[in-house]
Design a binder for this molecule. Sequence first.
Ligand SMILES: Cc1cc2nc3c(=O)[nH]c(=O)nc-3n(C[C@H](O)[C@H](O)[C@H](O)COP(=O)(O)O)c2cc1C
Length: 198
Amino acid sequence: MAAHMVPLAQPITLKLSGKVIKNRMYRTPLSEYASTYDENNVENCGKPLPRYTELYQELADGGAGLICTGNIPIHRDNLENYNNAVLDINNPWDPVEAFAPAVKAAKSRGAIFLPQLQFPGRQVPEFLNPNPKSSSDQQLEPCLNKSYGKPSPLTKDEINDLIRRYVWASEVLAEAGADGIIVCLLLHEILLFLGGED
Ligand SMILES: Cc1cc2nc3c(=O)[nH]c(=O)nc-3n(C[C@H](O)[C@H](O)[C@H](O)COP(=O)(O)O)c2cc1C
């Protein structure tokens, strides 16, 4: 290995969980757009397609030490875009069965795998939801060929519902074999490892 590459090959041991990231190569969260979408039926949205698992196998084979998923909305009326993978407590299909193949693929070469759970707030494209929920009624300006609806602020009950949804989705991903999750809420991110709080 060339000398300038050696630092990239060094592992990192996380202090609290003790989990080891085998090298410094990191696949950041990037939307896959590799799940089902049916504009007429939310029940048929967000189930990972075979391409979703293939992608994580390709990333694992590339040798990254830490692999994150693109955002996974935890509310099917609040997507970042169509074809997102979705973990909504009301989905009719088995969520562990649906996500386990991608988790297995991502971890097949020893990578740590962190799915990103997300509630996009005011960042839901207007064509998907013209009345999003967010922390305030501040509307986003159009950008990158997308426009955004005027949001209404979440009530306390709706915030409690979101917490319940994050907990449920985290438990699903733990059962599917993930090492932890990234909580992405209204553009803020927190990394949580199962069995620790790195
Ligand atoms: C097509 C695309 C999709 C992305 N999807 C996500 C995402 O789902 N979640 C997230 O936190 N960041 C997402 N990002 C941001 C990237 O993870 C990264 O932080 C950003 O691209 C900056 O890195 P770069 O300068 O190397 O592009 C996305 C970026 C791009 C270009």
